[in-house]
Design a binder for this molecule. Structure first.
Ligand SMILES: NC(=O)c1ccc[n+]([C@@H]2O[C@H](COP(=O)([O-])OP(=O)(O)OC[C@H]3O[C@@H](n4cnc5c(N)ncnc54)[C@H](O)[C@@H]3O)[C@@H](O)[C@H]2O)c1
Length: 252
């Protein structure tokens, strides 16, 4: 039995992960910014006081934590000359600084225990970077870097870190999207709505990756293929990305 805290657990991948952990007999604190059925604790990942309260709740309930899942996130993006700096700040505050705060909150607990596992939900966009999505790509790449750093820095305490990098999967993520580039938002909405997998399938692969202790969890075939192409055949990868970029010209 592991003691697990999941952020962004009201729906989507977070809710699927909570379900998956509980099915295996793990104890889970399901948190979210919004109150909803299945959410145990209100935790807005951008609010330091919420993180302090979450740590206090975990200490009181369990005396420690085994797995922190930084899953909560929002969708964003927009072409370079359309997206605003405020949009960049908004997505960074949530998708990067939210994860930074969660990690910093629980590192003292993990160090004290000399055990623990930080699981950050990044995105395939953190590894391969399609046109039109600079802000989302950049913050998810930062989450990849943060996770690798966490794994190195906490290795002396026996603490592990994993980053989850899925391709598009079907959730309501797009309802969180803000931004001036509405045409680009429409393109991303179609990709999410038309994705072959849903959150339950992604969660199964994520749990398997956590069990295996994988530092990089690529839970779907599309993501594995895209990343392998980038590593193995950079010219072909660049050509694919440029074709996708050329199609964005039609957005005007
Ligand atoms: N759906 C995809 O195609 C996809 C692909 C790659 C990565 N991801 C990542 O997966 C994670 C989960 O996304 P999802 O698709 O399940 O989306 P979702 O919108 O269905 O769920 C996200 C949850 O996070 C919560 N949330 C948003 N802002 C928050 C905040 N400030 N504090 C606390 N909770 C907050 C929302 O209330 C929601 O319950 C995100 O980090 C997302 O970037 C999603």
């Amino acid at each position: 039995m592991r003691r697990v805290l999941v952020t962004g657990a009201a729906r989507g991948l977070g809710a699927a992960l909570v379900h998956g952990f509980r099915e295996r007999g793990d104890a889970v604190l399901a948190t979210d910014r919004v109150t909803a059925e299945g959410v145990d604790l209100a935790l807005d990942i951008t609010v330091p006081e919420d993180w302090a309260a979450a740590r206090a709740a975990v200490e009181e309930r369990w005396g420690g934590l085994d797995v922190l899942v930084n899953n909560a996130g929002v969708a964003g993006g927009g072409r370079l000359d359309v997206a605003t700096l405020d949009e960049w700040r908004w997505i960074t505050e949530i998708n990067l600084f939210g994860v930074v705060q969660g990690t910093a909150t629980f590192v003292p607990v993990f160090k004290r225990q000399r055990s623990g596992h930080v699981v950050n939900v990044g995105s395939l966009a953190g590894l391969v970077h399609p046109a039109g999505m600079a802000s989302y790509n950049a913050v998810k790449a930062a989450v990849v870097a943060l996770t690798e750093t966490t794994g190195h820095e906490l290795a002396p305490w026996g603490v592990r870190a994993s980053v989850v990098c899925p391709s598009y999967f079907r959730t309501d993520l797009i309802s969180s999207m803000q931004g001036r580039d509405e045409a680009l938002s429409g393109v991303i909405a179609d990709l999410v709505a038309g994705a072959p997998l849903g959150p339950d399938e992604i969660a199964v692969a994520v749990l398997a990756g956590i069990d295996a202790g994988d530092e990089l969890i690529l839970p779907d075939e599309a993501g594995r293929a895209a990343y392998a192409l980038k590593l193995g055949d950079r010219p072909a990868y660049d050509a694919t990305m440029r074709r996708q970029a050329a199609r964005l010209q039609a957005l005007g």
